[in-house]
Design a protein around this ligand. Structure first.
Ligand code: FES
Length: 104
């Protein structure tokens, strides 16, 4: 297991990017829950963000790919608008132990 960060290191209704060697991931916190995905758009396989740690749309309601504007649900990564409609972000499994996020 890899320690990512403490849950309090991510603000509610915001996102945070992480680079772990070759792997680029991001976490989103919503309603006190954390969701983690690989930073790879299912459309062209590129990273979703242009600005560091900014993976959400302007309302902080959906995950946003800056390349062609695809939108994804925070809760399950499903694409709900854009060129990869029907596909999903790849979720990363983790365990929360004493507030610390450990990747599986
Ligand atoms: S690469 Fe993400 S929408 Fe095209």
């Amino acid at each position: 297991m890899t320690l990512l960060c403490h849950i309090n290191d991510i603000d509610d209704d915001s996102s945070k990017g992480f680079n772990l060697g070759e792997d680029s991931l991001f976490a989103v916190k919503k309603g006190g829950s954390v969701f983690i995905y690989r930073n790879k758009c299912p459309h062209l396989g590129v990273e979703l963000n242009w600005l560091e740690h900014q993976f959400l749309d302007s309302e902080q309601a959906l995950i946003h790919c800056t390349t062609h504007g695809a939108l994804f649900l925070i809760e399950d990564g499903a694409c709900v608008a854009g060129p990869c409609l029907g596909k999903s972000l790849e979720a990363v499994s983790f365990d929360l132990i004493d507030g610390q996020i450990h990747l599986r």
